[in-house]
Write a protein that binds this ligand. Structure first.
Ligand code: OGA
Ligand code: MN
Length: 224
C-alpha cells in the first residue's frame, strides 16, 4: 500500500491512472505531492548498500552549483556528494524505481501540459553537518527541469537527525509559508522545479536520497 497525499492506495497496473490523477491534482493545487511507501524496505536497503559501496570506491563527487560552463563547486551553498545514475546500467531496485518514474511521467503527460520527455537522476549523500541552502532547481539559462523528484532512503529517521526538506510555499495572499518534509525511507516527493524554492536543513546524521528532475527535453541517457 502506498499513500498519496495522505490517502492510501495500492500501486499496481490497475491503479496507475488514479495515482496519476492524485499526483496531478497535488501538483496543480499545491505545487507538490508526497507519496509514502513508494519504495519497499528491501529496495531501500538494496539501494543504500549499493550507494555505500560506490562511496567507498570513491565514485561520489562533491556536488556543484549551476550547469556546464557555469559549474562550480561551492561548499558554502551545498555540502552533499552525488553520483549520476544511468537507468540502463543501474542495479535492479534503482532500475525498477526508474520504471515507476517513467510511468508517472506517462500519467502526468496525460493529465497536465508539462510536455515531459525524459528525466535525469543522481544518488545523493549528505554527511553529518551537510546542508543545501535555499535555491530553485531551474538554471538561469536553461529551464528544462519541470518537476523535481526526491526519494529518501533513511530508515529510523528522527526529528533530531535534522535534514528536513523545507519547501517555501505561498498562500493565496502571496504570503510565504515554509513547509517541512522529513526524509523518511521510501517517501517520494515531487514538486514544481520552476516555482518552489527549497532547502535542505542541517543534517545531524548521514542522509541518503535519489534526486532527479523530469525534463521537457531528451536527456543524453534517454530511458523513456
Ligand atoms: C537538490 C535538492 C533536496 C533534498 O538536490 O537540488 O534540493 O531533499 N535536494 O535532498
Ligand atoms: Mn533543489
Amino acid at each position: 500500500m502506498i499513500t498519496v497525499n495522505n490517502q492510501d492506495i495500492q500501486w499496481d497496473d490497475k491503479n496507475v491512472e488514479s495515482i496519476g490523477e492524485r499526483l496531478a491534482k497535488g501538483l496543480s493545487e499545491q505545487g507538490y505531492c508526497i507519496v509514502d511507501n513508494f519504495l519497499q524496505p528491501s529496495a531501500v536497503a538494496g539501494i543504500r548498500a549499493h550507494m555505500n559501496d560506490q562511496l567507498e570506491d570513491g565514485r561520489f563527487k562533491a556536488a556543484g552549483i549551476g550547469a556546464a560552463h557555469k559549474f562550480q563547486v561551492n561548499r558554502e551553498i551545498r555540502k552533499d556528494y552525488i553520483l549520476w545514475v544511468d537507468p540502463n546500467e543501474a542495479i535492479a531496485p534503482t532500475r525498477k524505481f526508474c520504471q515507476q518514474i517513467a510511468e508517472i511521467i506517462r500519467q502526468l503527460n496525460r493529465l497536465c501540459f508539462l510536455g515531459l520527455k525524459d528525466f535525469e537522476m543522481h544518488y545523493a549523500i549528505y554527511g553529518e553537518n551537510a546542508y543545501y541552502h535555499r535555491h530553485l532547481d531551474q538554471f538561469e539559462f536553461s529551464d528544462h527541469r519541470r518537476l523535481t523528484f526526491l526519494c529518501y532512503l533513511n530508515t529510523c529517521w528522527q526529528l533530531p537527525d535534522g535534514g528536513l526538506l523545507r519547501l517555501y510555499l505561498r498562500n493565496c495572499d502571496g504570503q510565504e509559508i515554509p513547509f517541512d518534509i522529513a526524509p523518511l525511507a521510501g517517501r517520494l516527493v515531487i514538486f514544481r522545479s520552476d516555482e518552489i524554492e527549497h532547502e535542505v536543513l542541517l543534517c545531524r546524521k548521514k542522509r541518503y536520497s535519489l534526486t532527479g528532475w523530469m525534463l521537457d527535453q531528451f536527456n543524453e541517457l534517454t530511458f523513456l
